[in-house]
Design a binder for this molecule. Structure first.
Ligand code: 9MR
Length: 563
């Protein structure tokens, strides 16, 4: 029976006007997924202050469900005591709020099947907004339209990248691709895992990809928008190979980061900087995957797939001749490094993709040499991607048990989640911790597709990952710009800063809590507790930047739950 909420509302007003106003807006004491919950899924919100009972109320303020707040538990990572509010039994689609003890009201949220539809669309569109070398027009960009910047048709070979065929100062053209993050540079290592993750999502969830209309210039050309968007970056990546020797430039960059100005106002000279083994192997892996998967999307992509085959073969061959060239920023270059001294994971990933595409034994033999204990993937830790591809192709390299490998990693995640008072499988908070959460989701989802009996537990765990991302976290933010009642407003993203529009460019996942770089805004005001070490401040590049490799696994996870 629905009850009137008049009494609750009166109480709530009394509390808000009393002297002991909580240090935050009252909504923030209840951490709810600000997008919402699917009708059949588990539904839980957190309460970070004492409370006894709660009600779920609909838009007409009718109480549709009442329950008791759970006993308090200490969430060590957040340095806080939390209580669970469980309302799984509410299954009727609609818009709701949680009211605790009649005086604390949560942000509004939805129960329904498409609660993440807007978030998914926005997360793909965000990549479009980060395109280099072209204007974002009004028709597709709306109020975030902007003139083109960084044509990249006239860039120079940096001395660190000089070769006989292309000496220092040689002029090259390498247009297109996405800006990496809040800065305007383009980095092959980071682009590789990003592009692969998106191509894998399109392969694993073709129906979701097909139905995802993002509104980009290529929309309606017969390819899914997700594929169109991804190809914008892939085509740029192919230009980063030196055709004379197959080597791959690590990055295309100014010597130092540009200011907080719009792309069209940037004047800095751009360079390709040093070839490296990680870049060669990552591009080989990505291009090999593209070569075998693009023709399955459309015959029209056969010519591009052919180019990818050649690029992959030549990049891998370069790496064979230069197996351990570690990238380090040259003295006069201070932009993002994406440096990595351990290349076994890159060797495993590239060799696996090469074997799966070309079938030659030598690649499988090489993969054998680089077996390891690889966990949830990240830009510098790509070994797991080899196992993803084995599972996605339903094919194992001799001597590898991909199912066992991914299962072991996923089991550990599920164990951590089971012990967590907030149902989170994340065990550490470093730079881009939000991307670790969604890369954990990717790991769970790849396994769920390969292993029917574990699928429902894994998908329930992914739902918890997304609840964390969209507001059920220690700081009460939805971590995606433009999504939810309390999204980040001050991201470290040059266009969002310089465009004179209040709202940041939408659809970007911010890095999130980070304990390894506490001083990016000068004297640290950030929490000492890992899960709370986040600041919605533009200066906080270590917690509030955005990045393509963070959006890609978010897109994957959202597609996985949409399936
Ligand atoms: O995501 C990267 C993170 O893992 C590193 O710890 C950090 C410092 O090296 O760099 C991050 O990547 C940044 C890159 O270097 C430049 N563009 C912005 C990226 C996101 O902050």
């Amino acid at each position: 029976m629905k009850k009137s909420l008049l009494a609750l509302t009166a109480l709530s007003m009394a509390v808000v006007s009393c002297k002991h106003i909580p240090r935050d807006a009252p909504e923030r004491f209840i951490q709810v997924d600000q997008c919402g919950y699917t009708p059949e899924g588990e539904k839980m919100a957190l309460l970070s202050v004492p409370g006894k009972s709660f009600a779920i109320v609909d838009e007409q303020s009718n109480v549709v469900f009442e329950g008791e707040v759970s006993a308090p538990q200490y969430w060590a990572d957040a340095g806080d005591t939390v209580r669970q509010i469980v309302f799984t039994d509410v299954k009727t689609p609609g818009n709701y709020k949680i009211v605790v003890d009649g005086n604390m009201e949560s942000y509004a949220f939805t129960i329904g099947d498409g609660v993440y539809t807007d978030a998914l669309r926005a997360a793909v569109k965000a990549l479009y907004y980060n395109r280099a070398s072209m204007a974002i027009d009004k028709a597709h960009g709306g109020k975030w339209a902007r003139p083109a910047g960084h044509p990249d048709t006239c860039i120079l070979v940096h001395k660190s990248a000089a070769s006989e065929a292309r000496p220092e100062g040689t002029v090259l053209s390498s247009p297109g691709g996405w800006y990496d993050a809040g800065d305007y540079n383009k980095y092959i290592v980071n682009s590789s895992i990003t592009t692969y993750t998106l191509m894998l999502a399109a392969k694993m969830y073709p129906e979701v990809a097909q139905s995802l209309n993002v509104g980009i210039p290529e929309s309606g050309n017969g390819l899914p928008d997700l594929v169109n968007e991804t190809l914008y970056n892939l085509r740029w990546m192919l230009t980063m190979q030196d055709p004379n020797d197959g080597g791959v430039y690590h990055k295309l960059t100014t010597l130092s980061f540009e200011g907080f100005i719009m792309p069209a106002d940037c004047q800095g000279t751009r360079y390709v900087v040093a070839k490296g083994t990680a870049a060669a192997l990552d591009l080989a892996a990505t291009a090999a995957f593209a070569a075998r998967s693009l023709p399955l999307v459309s015959e029209a992509l056969n010519p591009l797939a052919d180019s990818c085959r050649t690029v992959a073969l030549n990049a891998y061959a370069w790496a064979e001749k230069n197996p351990n060239v570690e990238f380090k920023n040259p003295e006069d270059v201070s932009t993002g490094e994406y440096g990595d001294s351990k290349l076994d994971d890159e060797w495993l990933w590239a060799s696996t993709e090469m074997y799966l595409t070309f079938g030659e034994e030598k690649y499988a033999d090489e993969a054998q040499k680089h077996k390891g204990n690889y966990g949830v993937p990240a830009w510098g830790d790509v070994g797991m991607l080899a196992y993803f591809s084995m599972l996605a192709e339903d094919c194992c390299l001799p001597g590898f048990d991909a199912l066992a490998h991914v299962s072991a990693v996923a089991d550990t995640l599920l164990d951590i989640e089971a012990k967590s008072p907030v149902k989170l499988s994340l065990g550490f908070y470093d730079w881009g911790s939000n991307s670790s959460v969604v890369n954990e989701s990717v790991t769970k989802l790849v396994l769920a597709s390969a292993c029917a009996e574990k699928a429902s537990a894994l998908k329930a765990s992914v739902a918890n990952d997304l609840h964390y991302i969209f507001g059920r976290n220690a700081v009460g933010y939805s971590f995606v710009t433009g999504i939810g009642s309390r999204p980040p407003m001050n991201i470290h993203h040059r266009p969002s800063s310089a465009d004179r529009i209040d709202e940041p460019v939408p659809g970007f996942l911010v890095g999130g809590p980070n304990t390894i770089q506490p001083n990016d805004c000068g004297v640290s005001t950030r929490s000492q507790y890992p899960a709370a070490a986040y600041g919605d401040q533009e200066c906080s590049y270590s917690t509030n930047e955005i990045a393509i490799n963070w959006n890609a696994p978010l897109i994957f996870a959202l597609m996985g739950v949409a399936e």
